[in-house]
Ligand binder design. Sequence first.
Ligand SMILES: [Cu+2]
Length: 505
Amino acid sequence: MADNFDVSEEFIVEFFFDNSMEDRRLELFNEIYGEGSSTTNRRVICRDREAGFEITQKKDPELLQCFHLCKQQQAYSESEKSECRDMCKQYIKEKQRRGSGCDTRLGEKEREGGENPYVFGEKHFSTVMKSEHGEIQMLQKFNHTLLKGIENFRLSVLVANPRAFFLPGHWDAETVIFVAQGKGTISMVRSERRESLNVRCGDILRIPSGTTVYLINRDNNEKLVIVKLLQPVSTPGVVETFFGVGKESFFKAFSGELLEAAFKTESSRVQKMFEGSGESIMEASEEQIRALSDHEEAGIWPFSESKGTVNLFEQKLVKSNEYGELREVSPKGHRQLEDIDIGLAFINITKGGMENPFFNSKSINIGVVREGEGYFEMACPHLSSDSSSGGTPISYRKVNAHLKRGSVHIVPPGHPLITVASKDQNLELLVFQINARGNKRFPLAGKKNIWKQIEKEAKELAFGLPSREVDDVVGKEDEDWFMKGPSQIPQEKQAGGAYIRMKTE
Ligand SMILES: [Cu+2]
C-alpha cells in the first residue's frame, strides 16, 4: 500500500465484502471505471479481496479516505453522510479535472507524452513458471482504460527447451494456441478420452477451459515456442492453473481422511505420490519422447468432428505480392474458433516493404512479432491532447513503436495504421483478431482504397478540389495491400522491446 494511505484494512474489508456497501462500491467503481461500467464484472471484483486492494491503490486514496471520514462522523445523520460523500466526489472530480488523477478521462501525463498503452515489451511479461528446461511468461493484464474491449484476455508465451516435458495441469480459461516455433506433442485429457497431437510451427489449436494438458518438445535441438491467447471464464483477466501432480499439487489442500476415502489408500501415500518428482518442467529421455510423440501428425482439431488440419502457414494467401503476404484463419468455417469469435492472421512483410494504410472495421487485433524487425504508426483519437477538452475539433495522436521479436501491440477497431518492415529483415507478425467475425479491413491507399468508391461530386465537396486531382493521388499506387516502404526509416523511437527468450536455438 502507498505510504500516505491510512485507510485501515478493516475498512477495506468491510468496504469490499459487506453486502450493504454494494451501492457505495458500485458508485466508486463507476467513478473509477466510468459510468455504466459492467456491473457484473464489478460485483465479481467486489468479492475478491486482492482486487479490492488493487483498486484502492489504483484509485486516488484520498477518495477512500474521504469516504471513510464521512462514515466515521457519529453525529452525522444518514443523509448528511451521503452529502459528505458527494462532497468527497466533487473534490476528487475537481482534482482530476486539473489533470493529476487517474480516471476514465486520461490524465495530462497519459495524453501528452511517454505513455503508450498499446505496446508491450519484455518488461511487461512476468514469469509464471520457470526451470532450466523451459518457462511460461504471462503478459500483464490489459487494464488500461483504452483496452477495456480486451480486458478479459491474457497473452502468454511458453518456451520449452529441447526434450522438455511440462507437467499435466488445467486452467480456467478458453485458450487458443499458436505454435510459433519448433515441434511438440500436446496431449489433452478429458474423462472420456485423450487426444495427443504432434504440432509444428504454424499450427493453431483451441483448448477448451478445464482440459488437462501436458506437452513435450519432441525436438532434440530446437526450442518449442507457443503463444497462447487466454480468455478466463471465472474472474475477469485472471487465469488460474491447477496442477494435480507436483510440489504444489492441489491435493495438498484436502484433508487426509477425504483423500483416503477418495483413493482408498493411506493419505500419506496419496500425498507423496501426487508430489511427483517435485519439478514442473523436466527433461524426457529420447525413448520417452519417441513413445510420447508416436501420434498422428499435426493440427487435428480436438474434440470435434471436423478433423481438418489447421496450420496458419498453409492457408491460402489472402494478399500477396513482392512486398508481403497475408494469410488467415477466420472463425467462419473453423468451428473451434467460431464460438469465441477469434481469428488469426499471419503477416510477412518483405524487408523494405510496408502494409497498406488501413483500419479494421470491428476486430481488436493483438499483434505479436514472431520474427524480424520493423515499426508501426497508428492514429489514435484517444491519446490526442484535445480528446477530453470537449468542443474542440477531433484530433489524432501518432502512436508508434519499434517492433521486434516478441513485442506485442494492440490495434483497436477504426484506428488507421501502417506497419513497416525494416530494411534488412522481413517482419513476421502473428495477429490474434478478437471480434473477428464480420471484420473487414478497409484500405486507405493502394489499389482498392475506399476513396475510389466515392462519387465525383462528393469528392469535390469533401476535398475542395476537382475530382481528377484527387484521383491523381488516391489512384497512383497500384499495389494491392503490400507496397514499397519509405526510403528513410526513422530512428528507433519507442522501442517495444522484445521478448528475448523467444530466441531460435
Ligand atoms: Cu485510440
